[in-house]
Design a binder for this molecule. Structure first.
Ligand SMILES: [Zn+2]
Length: 102
């Protein structure tokens, strides 16, 4: 059997789970299930592939920045990020890039 790779973390999958047409390891499946539950509870559409891709990007991002923001601002970022199926860090990275390019 050839190596099967988890779409969310890029690791070799042993006894993984197939969901939404993609393959996930058990750890990522659990993480994604949590997120799916949350999205469904909010009546939002669920795109497993999109969540997996985002998780992959997050797990392969080495550098981290810690920024202190007001809680209200973080809430707003989280809401917008979730609406667009992105993570907080993904959204922050884009805003920073935009500022640097300006
Ligand atoms: Zn995984």
């Amino acid at each position: 059997m050839s190596d099967r790779i988890c779409e969310a973390c890029g690791k070799t999958v042993l006894g993984g789970v197939s969901m939404g047409g993609i393959l996930l390891c058990k750890q990522c499946d659990a993480d994604i299930q949590d997120e799916i539950e949350q999205l469904r509870a909010e009546g939002k559409s669920v795109n497993v592939m999109r969540i997996a891709r985002r998780m992959y990007r997050e797990s392969h991002t080495r550098s981290q920045i810690t920024i202190n923001l007001q809680p209200e601002l973080i809430d707003q970022v989280d809401i917008k990020a979730r609406d667009e199926g992105r993570s907080r860090s993904n959204m922050a990275a884009e805003l920073i890039k935009r500022q640097l390019a300006a």
